[in-house]
Design a protein around this ligand. Structure first.
Ligand SMILES: *[C@@H]1O[C@H](CO)[C@@H](O)[C@H](O)[C@H]1NC(C)=O
Ligand SMILES: *[C@@H]1O[C@H](CO)[C@@H](O)[C@H](O)[C@H]1NC(C)=O
Length: 238
């Protein structure tokens, strides 16, 4: 009887070890497949890119040359160039340049006009007449910050000298890299990001929940972003 009970116990232990191993083997397999899927999707994301960092940099420089120091004139210049260059069947653009929202992220605050928003790219005018400073955020996307007016500084330790960006310069932050940045009074930029844009949104919205409670700006930012994403999806632009 006693021998029998201990055999049963051993058998139970063996089978629970077996099911434990099976459970973890299954989880490892799922994680591996997920990893393969994500890295595959990551590898092919560039097939949905419409803009190029180089052409946007040229456009920003042309805007700076055409209307030095005048952000109010540069914005229509940029938007009309984009509408002439890109057919509405290739990319959806938001032409309403009165549609500004306030943005708080990484401790910095400014206004933005969303020109384009899809799953793999966004293009905005970002800036403030007051100046601001903060953390770039950790992003799964490459960021090209084309200065239109004013000046931006950046700090990336261990390099202890500041980086300085002026009108016509592009401040490039590759994905995963983090810096401290400061935009001086009256600094505006054409910001282009490419990568996995939805994964950037938590950084863009965290301050609303933890600090500003500015639901009006949150609501309009979500509304414009969703609307522009849908307009792009409808023409097959991801
Ligand atoms: C848009 O701007 C770029 C860069 O300056 C320029 O090469 C291109 O010709 C412009 N396109 C139009 C339609 O104005
Ligand atoms: C443009 O955006 C502003 C601000 O949101 C809005 O008041 C206006 O009605 C919009 N214009 C058009 C044509 O949609």
């Amino acid at each position: 009887m006693a021998a029998n009970a201990s055999t049963t116990k051993i058998a139970q232990r063996a089978s629970s070890t077996g099911s434990f191993l099976l459970k973890w083997a299954t989880r490892a397999a799922i994680a591996f497949v997920l990893y393969l899927t994500c890295s595959f999707i990551d590898d092919i994301k560039d097939r949905w890119y419409v803009f190029t960092p180089e052409s946007l940099h040229q456009l920003a420089q042309a805007a700076v040359r055409a209307h030095p120091g005048d952000i109010n004139a540069m914005i229509p210049y940029i938007v009309s160039n984009l509408t002439a260059e890109y057919s509405p069947s290739v990319i959806a653009l938001n032409l309403n340049s009165s549609e500004w929202v306030l943005s708080n992220a990484g401790g910095a605050m400014g206004g933005m006009y969303i020109i384009h928003a899809s799953i793999t790219e966004y293009l905005i005018i970002f800036g403030t007449p007051l100046g601001t400073e903060g953390h770039t955020g950790v992003h799964p996307a490459d960021d090209y910050f084309n200065i239109l007016v004013g000046e931006q500084w950046a700090f990336e330790p261990p390099k202890l000298e500041r980086e300085v960006y002026r009108p016509g310069d592009v401040h490039f932050t590759p994905r995963g890299r983090v810096k401290q940045y400061k935009m001086h009074e009256g600094c505006f930029a054409l910001e282009y990001a490419r990568g996995w844009i939805p994964l950037m949104l938590p950084f863009g919205f965290a301050d609303v929940f933890s600090s500003t409670l500015d639901w009006w700006s949150f609501y309009h930012t979500v509304l414009i972003t969703a609307r522009e994403n849908i307009r792009n999806l409808l023409i097959g632009k991801i």
